[in-house]
Design a protein around this ligand. Structure first.
Ligand SMILES: NC(=O)c1ccc[n+]([C@@H]2O[C@H](COP(=O)([O-])OP(=O)(O)OC[C@H]3O[C@@H](n4cnc5c(N)ncnc54)[C@H](O)[C@@H]3O)[C@@H](O)[C@H]2O)c1
Ligand SMILES: [Fe+2]
Length: 398
């Protein structure tokens, strides 16, 4: 796929994007806001709910307060907690089965990106019960109304509560791919920082880097974004700059936790129109093949990809550098310092410099999947061919 084709496709997409009707979910925020969810749900006409979460959160008892509040408000629910990190198509099928068997009418997604994406997959299935997850993956394959959907993030990173994407790994092939459709964008969300205070420092670090990555990729892609998404991406970078190390060191800082939830939310909205880029395209292959946590893959790859973009990304990276007060005589110098800031942040967060365990025999598959995901859709600063992807992958191997 040559560069000219990619850029022409992107020019058409840019126009098409104006008719997509992207919106932000209506949301509750602030400490303890989860307690207001049942009332909010009743107001929106919610009836029997499927609550989608994961085993780790159930074991921690984190959903208990919300479940109790649902009971007190006579909202019936069934819990599906079999979602794996990097959720799979069989997770979605199992969750959908429970949804259908119990005649549920709305969905509450409670957790990180994994439960939220699985829940979005279940919602997509409920609109197309006879389609497989694979048939729903890709662009605009859902295109139908989904059940009432309430998203409650418990990590501050993916922004899935405000995005059009649900990233699901195919059980058979291990390919990780997105269902991408405005109809699965959640209508309602709860951004309660108290739900994130128990996140261990390493998960806080990884997921925070995911949010940063969304903002940086959406901003450097530039083409599809409007001034709104550009501002949201800048706001997210600033919030990560000011809060990620704080929450890493002091997880109980409620104000900083709320700020990170907002960073994730803004960055999610920014990339919903602006798209992510090669960090995500390559990172998804690491999640699918080796089950590497998404945020870890993002944090590791982000500075490498930005450096390999070279001059093509300097102007936009320099604009992001301005947001966090980095000085420099030229765009190139500011961009370099911005990437150096990301590298320093990674080091302080204890994230690795490169990726261990990439097998020689997997590299052609990684390149094929990454190119399929990104080209021609993602309007990255520089369009890469197979050799460029190989160069990046080789450069991050440890
Ligand atoms: N839909 C999108 O737009 C989008 C964007 C980026 C990433 N993703 C996807 O999201 C997934 C990753 O999500 P994630 O990074 O949020 O991680 P996750 O949902 O996989 O959660 C990681 C771990 O943290 C635990 N956890 C979550 N919240 C916790 C809390 N408050 N306290 C203690 N433990 C907690 C979970 O139980 C789990 O073990 C990936 O599959 C990725 O591809 C989706
Ligand atoms: Fe991401």
């Amino acid at each position: 796929m040559n560069k000219l084709f990619c850029r022409s496709f992107q020019a058409v997409m840019k126009l098409g994007n104006y008719f997509m009707g992207y919106r932000m979910p209506e949301y509750l925020s602030g400490p303890g806001s989860i307690q207001k969810l049942p009332e909010f749900m009743l107001k929106k006409g919610a009836k029997k709910a499927l609550v989608v979460t994961d085993k780790g959160l159930m074991n921690l008892g984190l959903p208990n307060g919300m479940l109790k509040a649902l009971e007190e408000n006579n909202i019936e629910y069934v819990v599906f907690s079999e979602v794996k990190p990097n959720p799979t198509s069989s997770d979605v099928e199992a969750g959908y089965k429970l949804y259908a068997e119990n005649n549920c009418q709305c969905i509450v997604a409670f957790g990180g990106g994994s439960p939220m994406d699985c829940a979005k997959g279940i919602a997509a299935k409920s609109a197309h019960p006879h389609k497989s997850v694979a048939q729903l993956q890709g662009l605009l394959k859902v295109h139908k109304r989904i059940p009432l959907f309430f998203a409650v993030p418990t990590t501050a990173g993916t922004g899935s509560e405000t995005t059009v994407a649900a990233v699901i790994t195919d059980d058979a092939t291990h390919r990780k791919a997105s269902i991408n459709d405005p109809s699965i964008l959640p209508k309602y969300a709860v951004l309660d920082p108290e739900l994130t205070v128990g996140l261990p420092p390493f998960v806080t670090a990884m997921t925070g880097m995911d949010a940063l990555c969304h903002a940086v990729e959406a901003y450097t892609n530039y083409t599809y974004t409007t001034p709104l998404e550009r501002q949201l991406a800048k706001d997210a970078v600033k919030l990560v700059h000011e809060n990620l190390l704080t929450v890493y060191k002091d997880g109980k800082n409620i104000e900083a936790r709320q700020n990170m939830l907002m960073a994730s939310f803004y960055a999610g909205r920014a990339f919903t129109r602006g798209c992510v880029g090669y960090v995500h395209a390559i990172g998804h292959t690491l999640g699918g093949l080796y089950n590497i946590p998404h945020g870890l893959a993002m944090g590791t790859l982000l500075p490498h990809v930005m450096r390999q973009f070279g001059a093509s990304a300097h102007k936009r990276l320099a604009e992001l550098a301005d947001v966090i007060g980095i000085q420099g005589a030229t765009d190139a110098e500011k961009a370099d310092k911005f990437i150096t800031w990301i590298e320093g942040l990674k080091a302080e967060l204890g994230l690795p410099v490169g990726v261990e365990g990439i097998k020689d025999e997997d590299i052609p598959q990684m390149i094929e999947w990454a190119m399929k995901e990104a080209n021609p859709l993602y309007p990255v600063p520089d369009i890469w061919d197979e050799a460029d992807f190989r160069k990046l992958i080789e450069s991050v191997r440890m």
